[in-house]
Design a binder for this molecule. Sequence first.
Ligand code: MRU
Length: 348
Amino acid sequence: MKEIIALEYKQGILHMIDQRKLPRQQETFLCKTWQEVDFAIQDMVVRGAPAIGAAAAYGALLAAKEYEKEPKPVFLSKMEESLSVLNESRPTAVNLMWAIKRMRNLLKQYAQESITQLVERIEAEADAIVAADQAINVTMGDYGNSIIPEKATILTHCNTGALATVGIGTALGVVRQAFRSGKDIFVYADETRPRLQGGRLTAWELMQEGIPASLIADSVAATLIRDGKIDVILVGADRIATNGDTANKIGTFMLSVLAKTYQVPFYIVAPTTTIDFDMSHGDEIVIEERSSEEVTHIDGHPTAPEGIQVYNPAFDVTPHQNITGIITEKGIIRAPFHENIPPLKGEE
Ligand code: MRU
């Protein structure tokens, strides 16, 4: 089986699988400038918290290459300008801000060095972010596999696989490790309206790997959970507050309420780079609202009357009380989250 590589930097160009086109077309979107990376993140050519963090890191590299012939003060101010724009390409996933912060810190720490040296450092930093994410995904997958029963039926939401990261995935990484370790698992994938990351992307990844699965409309989940058909729910995260409140794809909160009502284990799978150590409560998380067309149209075809008002938040916040555990590369974190999450800082 060919590994899925969401993004790869090769000879001055960032190659991305164009996730807007999957599963019907497998096209590569090429970013030669940082502005193209900014567009790709906003338009969701690339999406998923860890993947957009990595994309932004290479956006910083493309900016550095664009301005490397400028005098140093101009280079530094152009870098700050581009990092600020990239930082705002999407608001909820903290991995994006985390990657940009790493670049800012690097430019500050090595401010005395030549531009050539700085560009080399930025490239090494972006490569390190990718290498770390790949390793972290496998570690999380293995920790997660330890809570998956031998014949588990797993419910998942959105896409948290190779497309959403630069490795095997977060929640879907756990699914992969369980399957690769020989467990007889079955997956229900929510289609995840309105962007259909489950239907377009997770279903595609599951089929590529041959993992037994059914795609379901989002509204089917409640019946499956009530009827005792789900052993464990695994989802990803875009930002986790230090009390454990977790922002993830819209619909996650609803699943967590069902999980609590019917006592089904509900796990978040996320690297510690998705924890916002400056945020103590989920209420502080900025929730992205996306265009009304995502709800009124499918592939450019209208599915709602013209002119209808739309409310389209892309994420929701699951309260920590509904979460059984957070599977990270440092192990499985459990309640009390406000005590067990802060010590992870500094080990990031
Ligand atoms: O809007 P998206 O597709 O970027 O949202 C993605 C999610 O909500 C994922 O669950 C999250 O980023 C974790 S992916 C490893």
